[in-house]
Ligand binder design. Structure first.
Ligand code: AMP
Length: 402
């Protein structure tokens, strides 16, 4: 349990007051939140206890799939007893070589839904290779880890192609002719330009979290990648939503696809939501401090709008004696991974994040989500608060309002 008492004296007046200019939390040029003048009642709601996320599906065991023994063994070692709904519906079509559109978000088991059949296929025919393109480094790291776990003892190798890490090492990894390449768009483009990777070599392509890829502004890169892919390929496409811009990508990517739609239950049902009113931006940090020393605030995810604001809040909370870490786009990849890991393992109490840095990451047992800054849209709000109250547990979401 986190030692709140140690912190109490830090707060209040026995420390010279340091100015904390919350106004500057937002950066100039940053888009305003669409929720700024919204009715704050939308952030207030009592939780109701609901059951876990996935509805029951027909398939009760991985044994029904025609998978290699070693792969089945690895699935079982991961503790996966039965397929999730997206796995139930996607594994066979992918094994059969069909193109798939999976409308599903993180937390549905979609990574294993495409990795399991791809690993099986490549194991049977080692001349085949798969390329997985994802928007963020964290997601890429999660997929790479899942690949390693699922392909243990099968002599399959991956290359991990992300920005912020040594490119020469990655070029060497690619020379070794890996079976699977997991890449983020920026670095992938660099390596294509350096002729370290040829997309026409890849018979299986996965585009994951395409909606986020488009949000971040990678749409032109994605279109470029598609133009470089072989005409005959298996294409797997995953996205939580499909906007008109995404439709555009879809049309040029898949052929005669099977579409699978998995609606994750609105996890905000399990989340008690409330607002914290502050009269001035100076009062904000004090209020936050008061909350963080309360009992039960054991694993707190705090969202801010900008990298700059997050960094500033990080320093301030550290100064006040909290165990805190921050992830945002300006942090190096290995720093982000280290911070995430220490939050997952409860070595730090508080994780500060921007929306983009936090998308897709999977953390259990978050007790509280705090919206220190309003999210851009209500959809982002639901996304943020869905990080708590998972797997049938209750959670709390607190939103700062003026
Ligand atoms: P994903 O949606 O791929 O990010 O997966 C969400 C979480 O579900 C990850 O922590 C996976 O390890 C886990 N998971 C995936 N498939 C299964 C399964 N069949 N049974 C239990 N957990 C699973």
């Amino acid at each position: 349990m986190y030692n709140h008492n140690r912190l109490r004296f830090n707060h209040s007046n026995n420390r010279p007051s340091r100015p904390f200019n919350g106004n500057r939390f937002g950066q100039r040029g940053q888009r305003k939140s669409q929720l700024e003048n919204a009715d704050i009642n939308m952030f207030i709601r009592q939780a109701v206890q609901t059951e876990t996320e996935n509805p029951q599906t027909g398939i009760q065991s991985f044994n029904v799939f025609n998978l290699h023994e070693a792969l089945k063994q690895n699935i079982s070692s991961l503790g996966y007893l039965k397929p999730t709904p997206i796995q139930s519906q996607a594994i066979n079509p992918i094994l059969e070589g069909r193109d798939v559109i999976g409308l599903a978000s993180t937390g549905t088991g979609k990574t294993a839904a495409f990795l399991i059949p791809l690993i099986h296929k490549i194991y049977l025919n080692r001349n085949q290779k798969a390329l997985i393109i994802v928007p963020t480094r964290e997601l890429a790291a999660q997929i790479n880890e899942e690949f390693r776990n699922l392909s243990r003892n099968m002599k399959l190798f991956s290359a991990f192609i992300i920005g912020g890490t040594n490119m020469h090492r990655q070029i060497q990894d690619l020379r070794r002719n890996p079976h699977m390449v997991i890449a983020t768009p920026g670095r992938l483009k660099d390596l294509i330009n350096r002729r370290a990777i040829y997309l026409e070599d890849y018979s299986h392509i996965v585009l994951d979290e395409v909606d986020l890829m488009v949000d971040i502004g990678f749409i032109r890169d994605v279109k470029l990648f598609i133009s470089l892919m072989p005409k005959i390929r298996q294409s797997l496409f995953f996205s939580a939503t499909i906007s008109s811009r995404i439709q555009d990508v879809l049309r040029s990517f898949v052929t005669n696809p099977v579409t699978i739609s998995i609606k994750k239950q609105d996890t905000s049902e399990n989340v008690t939501q409330d607002v914290i009113r502050v009269s001035s931006s100076e009062a904000k940090i004090g209020k936050l401090h008061d909350l963080l020393i309360k009992d039960g605030f054991d694993k707190v995810l705090i969202f801010g709008r900008t990298k700059h604001g997050i960094e500033k809040l990080n320093k301030e909370l550290e100064f006040r004696g909290f165990k805190v870490g921050a992830i945002h786009g300006n942090k190096r990849q290995n720093q982000r991974q280290r911070i995430l890991q220490s939050f997952k393992q409860n070595e730090i109490q508080i994780l500060l994040a921007t929306d983009v840095a936090s998308r897709g990451i999977d953390i259990d047992n978050v007790t509280h989500v705090i919206n220190y800054d309003l999210p851009q849209t209500y959809e982002d709000y639901i996304h943020r608060i869905g990080r708590t109250g998972r797997a049938g547990k209750m959670g709390f979401a607190l939103t700062f309002v003026n």
